[in-house]
Design a protein around this ligand. Structure first.
Ligand code: ADP
Ligand code: MG
Length: 389
């Protein structure tokens, strides 16, 4: 469903549930990271794209003060959030993404009004496409509309990130909330995780699109291995005598190879190379050099698989299939995206061959793994927006 249809749908749901029309409609997208994996906690660059999948909320001021009532139209479940005092964690679990954002507004002494809200999301939940950030940024956008006070977009993203840290208990980086809040149609966002500086990277040529392939597997070792990688990066930075791997050059790494543990060396080689690839990929997209950007995606995947060791056989299968389809079949490049050990792969493809590519990946993935992949394409979508209000 496109954003306009989705807005109309949630407005209708609001009307049905509350018996009056909605005054505000707001939306915020999920995202996929084009390149720049495991670089965020090393002060490096990431290059996410907002996808055409959104959390959308329709709302009106409530007749009874003191609470925000939220109706989740998908799960047919309601939450009532007491706003007469500082908002705390509560039930149902998903309401914490909203609670954290409301608390952030309260802490800024912005007078949060009582609201009735209906919400829906087309971002797959828990699929690595950041349905959580979409929900947080959507909530923040609703509160901007309802209070009439627009936050600085960076402050808004940081407020949403804090909600995820403190109310959902997920110590995420800044990427997801930044792209959901700051994304612009037809653009990716090059984000410097050290300085928080952002740069829109145009990809407005309609002949290319991203294909998002969910392997539909999530291997358990994920979170433990993630903590291990972070520690390995810190130890590699110490060995190289730099504050973080962002500050290390390939030459420095080569000079230290003999003095470093083999694992630390390979982890550092991934991060240092990936930061460089991310900057080059942004240049490639800006120059409409799809082949060059695609090659960087394959190189990123190989590095994540061999040096960083966070891929898995299902992700490798998708990338291999994409490579076999190749340029002749309309695929420029492909890589795993997200933390790894399952989740999604992303491919840069020719837009007019999306249907054929989707069919081939789906059937070959099934042959190779016995599993079903979930696949959809997206052009760079708009970031958070107020659609009515
Ligand atoms: P991801 O952000 O990659 O989708 P997370 O585990 O961070 O995965 O967030 C998924 C969680 O976000 C879900 O388990 C659910 O609690 C919550 N969530 C997101 N969108 C919705 C929604 N529309 N309705 C209910 N819960 C949602
Ligand atoms: Mg999330």
């Amino acid at each position: 469903m496109n954003l306009q249809d989705l807005a109309a749908h949630v407005a209708e749901q609001f009307q049905n549930h509350y018996g009056r029309p909605a005054r505000w409609i707001v939306a915020a997208p999920g995202r996929v990271n084009f390149i720049g994996e495991h670089t965020d906690y090393n002060d490096g660059f990431v290059l996410p794209m907002a996808i055409e999948r959104y959390a959308v909320m329709a709302a009106d001021t409530a007749s009874v003060p003191g609470a925000i009532s939220v109706y989740d139209t998908q799960f047919k479940e309601s939450a009532k959030i007491d706003i007469s005092q500082p908002v705390t964690k509560g039930q149902p679990k998903w309401s914490n993404y909203l609670r954290g954002v409301i608390a952030g507004f309260q802490q800024r002494a912005l007078a949060v009004p009582a609201l009735d809200v209906a919400m829906i999301s087309t971002v797959p939940l828990g699929g690595g496409l950041s349905s959580s950030a979409a929900l947080e940024v959507c909530t923040a956008t609703l509160l901007e509309a309802a209070t009439g006070k627009a936050l600085d977009p960076v402050e808004k993203a940081l407020l949403a990130q804090k909600a995820e840290h403190e109310f959902a208990g997920v110590p995420c980086g800044i990427m997801d909330q930044f792209i959901s809040a700051l994304g612009r149609e037809g653009h990716l966002l090059l984000l410097d995780c050290r300085t928080r500086k952002t740069e829109l990277v145009p990809m407005s040529d309609p002949s290319v699109a991203l294909l998002i392939v969910n392997t539909n597997v999530k291997h358990e070792l994920g979170s433990g291995e993630y903590a291990k990688r972070r520690a390995e990066c810190e130890s590699a930075a110490r060995a190289l005598g730099v504050a973080s791997l962002r500050d290390a050059t390939p030459e420095q790494l080569a000079a230290h190879q003999g003095k470093m543990d083999g694992v630390a060396y390979r982890r550092a080689r991934h991060v240092i190379g990936e930061i460089e690839r991310t900057v080059h990929a942004a240049e490639g997209l800006r120059a409409s050099n799809w082949i060059g950007a695609g090659q960087l995606m394959y190189a990123s995947h190989a590095s994540l698989r061999d040096d960083y060791e966070v891929s898995c056989k299902e992700l490798d299968a998708v990338v291999e299939i994409a490579g076999d389809i190749g340029l002749a079949g309309g695929v420029y490049g492909c890589r795993m995206t997200g933390g790894g050990f399952g989740g999604c792969a992303v491919a840069l493809v020719k837009a007019d061959q999306v249907v054929a590519i989707t069919e081939r990946i789906a059937s070959l993935y099934h042959v190779k793994t016995g599993l079903e992949a979930t696949i959809f394409s997206s052009r760079p979508a708009t970031g958070a927006s107020i659609l009515r209000g």
